[in-house]
Design a protein around this ligand. Structure first.
Ligand code: ACO
Length: 326
């Protein structure tokens, strides 16, 4: 078995920004409400010509450059997303074409906001057992395309972006030390995009009833999130034989500052050991964790030998955590 670590990171964000003040002109809300309830101040939004594969491609190219890796040496591309360009071909196949990774297998993965951690855990297995050497794992979303911009309950929360990592062999004892994935399908109806699949295909009915947009029971998701984030982070630590006090840095899914603060409290972590960027970008679902990771690496927040926990929750319901020695 080989040890598996992150050889490079990259991220991409659309240029267009929608601030809370812009939203005040679009729905019945205020900057004050959004900031105090969520911690979000602004978000990036893709223009009509930009799809999830475009942001994914840019993030992937940056991660490859950071890892000093040629596209032909990529064995596997996984794109975690709930907003693929289309049902098929997969966004991962479009990225494969765009970057010229001609030898790579490619597929999309859907675990909502936990998707990136699911993707890392899957790619890790292929490298650990020697089947593949280099994998690109991308978390990417253009949630703005499936939001009802007249629904203040949801449109203020989300943003668009993409983050990518190159996973490859690393020295023993470094890189991914443990992972933990979970799901509770029985509670999945609190966060859905009901139409557009085989249950309710796109139709006049789905359009009229706005069923192709994100639907959410915010307070139920909130309660679940606070419960599961701390539990998932602790599970990744204990699986590798570590305790709470060993954490150097936490990169949580960026959904709501109150969820992040609640989780940090449960983990007895001061907020200066927790990465937060949702004030700038909102909740980017599967892209939140890899974009935050890329920024934290570039800002020097994560140092060599740090024990870093990535943790996320999302639709499904799903959750996942990974413990890394950087
Ligand atoms: N501006 C002003 N008022 C608003 C807004 C808004 N943007 N949105 C909702 N409200 C109102 C509601 O209409 C409601 O009013 P009412 O009581 O008169 O009906 C009230 O505010 C809701 O208040 P609370 O329920 O107390 O709001 P809460 O503090 O729970 O915050 C929030 C709501 C921000 C949605 C919170 O519950 C939350 O963050 N939940 C988690 C959501 C989440 O993380 N979703 C993504 C999951 S990840 C994924 O997989 C995509």
């Amino acid at each position: 078995q080989y040890s598996v670590g992150i050889g490079g990171t990259g991220s991409a964000l659309p240029e267009k920004e929608i601030t809370n003040l812009d939203l005040e002109k679009m729905v019945d809300t205020t900057d004050e409400w959004i900031r105090t309830r969520t911690g979000i101040g602004s978000r990036r939004v893709a223009d009509e010509n930009t799809a999830t594969s475009d942001l994914s491609t840019e993030a992937a190219r940056k991660a490859l450059a950071d890892a000093d890796l040629n596209p032909e040496d990529v064995d596997l591309i996984i794109v975690a997303t709930v907003t693929p360009d289309m049902a098929f071909p997969s966004t991962a196949c479009i990225v494969q074409k765009n970057i010229g990774a001609t030898k790579a297998a490619a597929f999309d993965l859907e675990a909502a906001c936990s998707g990136f951690i699911y993707g890392m855990t899957i790619a890790e297995q292929f490298i650990k057992n020697g089947v593949y050497k280099n994998a690109l794992v991308i978390g990417a979303e253009t949630l703005s395309k499936i939001l009802n911009w007249e629904d203040r309950n949801t449109c203020v929360l989300f943003g668009d972006g993409a983050g990518a990592v190159v996973l490859q062999r690393t020295e023993e004892g470094m890189g991914i030390l443990s992972s933990y994935l979970g799901a509770d399908g029985a509670s999945g109806d609190v966060l859905t995009q009901p139409a557009g699949g085989s249950r309710i295909p796109a139709s006049e009915f789905s359009l009229e009833n706005k069923l192709h947009y994100v639907q959410m029971d915010g307070s139920e998701v909130f309660k679940f999130a606070v419960r599961v984030m701390g539990r998932a982070a602790k599970e990744a630590l204990s699986r590798a034989g570590y305790d709470l006090e060993d954490i150097d840095f936490l990169i949580p899914h960026q959904a709501n500052i109150r969820i992040i603060e609640g989780s940090a409290k449960r983990l007895k972590l001061p907020m200066d050991k927790v990465y937060v960027n949702l004030d700038k970008y909102g909740n980017m679902s599967a892209a939140s964790v890899p974009v935050a990771l890329d920024e934290a690496v570039r800002n020097g927040k994560i140092k060599k030998n740090d024990l870093v926990v990535l943790v996320a929750f999302g639709g499904g319901l799903t959750w996942g955590s990974t413990l890394l020695k950087w």
